[in-house]
Design a protein around this ligand. Structure first.
Ligand SMILES: *Cc1c(COP(=O)(O)O)cnc(C)c1O
Length: 519
């Protein structure tokens, strides 16, 4: 290769290093969401070597690239053993949790359509429903939108984070338009496990598909102390599919999840196949066509190397760290843990039982913890009025902590920071967005619009100081260092998200993200 290429590529890689330096730290446990750090450098090195080995492979075709079939078969076998599936349970490695969930919904829709046809019902005249708790992952909102279903939500109790079995029972009786029931193990927002045994039995009795979304917990819950797998996994006969993310507690680079399905005929509905064009015959198990084998190979290498005993050890570390953090947070005056988390996710809200001056607002707490170098995730308060129970209770704002194996080694520092941050914001009330909303409305000629075009959304973002690129246009270095950086304090922004109707908040957020990548 020419000297010139070497020089250019060297400079480009140097720039990449600089860009990466501006990212949130992926290792060391300081970011308590998005990244799942095993704390073991050899696992990352193993993944990197596996990625490298398959870099040029196209996982589109497992007959041309047979390594893909072998690795996928062995991961599915591992998952089937871990989740106690019998010989009729088959599966697929997908690109992530969202894709696993999308495919579970797509499969259930095909099954429902076939059943409707068998009953002599015209499925095109009905929009089928998905029934799930309001805490179900957003991927199911996306699936409903993409595949033309209606998501009907059951409220969760703000104290426990759990839905009532009776609400599911009421919706499933005599419901021939329900294509799928979804239950979480555990739910991402609150880290609690839905009543899977009870509701999957109801679904089975009604002949309705039932998916367990274990995207978050899949690769920790099987080894979680004191948890009976018979309460949530595929040994429950009513569970027809289950998703579990390898790129979370499988410690694999992003791009891998497993979807298990009960029964070959069910799973074949997940596939897309066509001979209806003059090119090569197409058979796709997942949404993508040509695709990388990188995360698949990394996940395969990690699962083969660690085995169940390796996962058990890493899970034990997560469980110890979670138990300690629960004690620490429960000991902080003014904060309350939502429900009884099972697994390594904790949701924390303000303790409404103490007087206002002793309460700790979770969003101010999270913002303050960030100044001490720890990133908790801010989750907005949520209006459950749109769920099946009219006037469903408001879910208060929370801070979310995802605990990973590396957390255990950082417990003294992290615990101290959580306590200090709470002391520093105790008594500060949740952001009142009234004035902000008022000025936004005024800037837009008196009232908030019902829908937003891109220009209006951008004007609104500018009005609240969140327009990407507005400050450092032209300053390439500054843009590199802080490309897309949010303000130091997220509490006001989250309060705005809570207060705006979705028809305004959603395009506003879209604009915020879309502008980041505009050249
Ligand atoms: C992460 C997650 C998903 C979606 O997964 P992605 O990998 O982010 O696409 C779905 N459900 C739950 C419970 C999750 O935690």
């Amino acid at each position: 290769m020419s000297m010139e290429f070497e020089q250019e590529s060297g400079a480009v890689l140097e720039r990449l290093d600089a860009l990466r330096a501006a990212d949130a730290p992926t290792h060391g446990g300081r970011v308590l969401s998005y990244v799942y750090d095993s704390g073991i450098a050899e696992i990352d090195a193993l993944a990197a070597a596996a990625v490298r080995a398959v870099q040029p492979v196209n996982a589109l075709d497992p007959t041309t690239f047979s390594s893909v079939a072998v690795m996928e078969r062995e991961i599915v076998g591992f998952a089937r053993a871990v989740f106690h599936g019998d010989d009729a349970v088959v599966g697929t490695v997908t690109s992530g949790g969202t894709e696993s969930c999308l495919l579970a919904v797509k499969t259930a829709r095909e099954i429902w359509r076939a059943d409707a046809a068998a009953r002599g019902v015209d499925h095109r005249a009905t929009v089928p429903r998905i029934i799930a708790a309001s805490s179900v992952h957003a991927a199911f909102h996306k699936a409903a939108e993409y595949f033309g279903l209606r998501l009907e939500l059951v409220p969760v109790d703000p104290a426990s984070g759990l839905p009532a079995v009776a609400d599911f029972a009421a919706l499933l009786a005599d419901a021939d338009d329900v294509a799928l029931v979804v239950l979480s193990a555990p739910s991402y927002p609150h880290g609690v496990i839905d009543p899977i045994a009870e509701v999957s039995a109801l679904a089975a009795a009604a002949g309705i598909s039932c998916h367990v979304d274990a995207c978050f917990g899949g690769f920790v819950l099987p080894w979680w102390p004191g948890l009976d797998a018979a309460s949530w996994d595929m040994q429950l006969p009513g569970v027809t599919s289950l998703s579990a993310d390898l790129h979370k507690y499988g410690y694999t680079p992003k791009g891998a999840s497993v979807l298990l399905q009960r029964g070959r005929d069910r799973q074949r509905k997940q596939y897309f196949a066509t001979t209806g064009w003059p090119g090569y015959p197409v058979v796709n198990s997942t949404l993508l066509g040509s695709k990388s084998a990188a995360a698949l190979a990394a996940a395969w290498a990690i699962t083969q190397t660690l085995g169940q005993s390796g996962f058990a050890e890493l899970t034990a570390s997560c469980a110890r760290a979670t138990a300690t953090l629960l004690d620490v947070i429960r000991g902080i005056d003014g904060l309350r843990v939502v429900g009884e988390p099972t697994g390594p996710a904790i949701a924390v809200t303000a303790d409404e039982t103490v007087p206002a001056e002793r309460r700790v607002d979770p969003h101010h707490w999270a913002d303050q913890a960030r100044t001490h170098g720890w990133q908790l995730q801010l989750q907005p308060g949520f209006d459950q009025a749109g769920t099946t129970r009219p006037g469903g209770a408001w879910l208060p704002a929370t801070a979310h902590l995802t605990v990973t194996p590396v957390t255990e080694s950082r417990l003294p520092e992290l615990s101290a920071a959580l306590v200090t941050a709470a002391d520093e914001v105790r008594g500060v009330p949740h952001v009142d967005v009234g004035p902000l909303l008022g000025s936004l409305g005024a800037a837009l000629g008196g009232s908030l619009p019902e829908t937003l075009d891109a220009a209006t959304a951008y004007a609104m973002l500018s009005g609240i100081g969140l327009a990407p690129g507005a400050q450092d246009a032209g300053a390439a270095d500054a843009a590199d260092a802080g490309a897309g950086a949010l303000p130091d304090r997220l509490a006001p922004f989250l309060a705005l998200v809570e207060a705006l109707p979705p028809a305004v908040a959603e395009p506003l957020l879209t604009e915020l993200i879309a502008r980041l990548v505009e050249p």
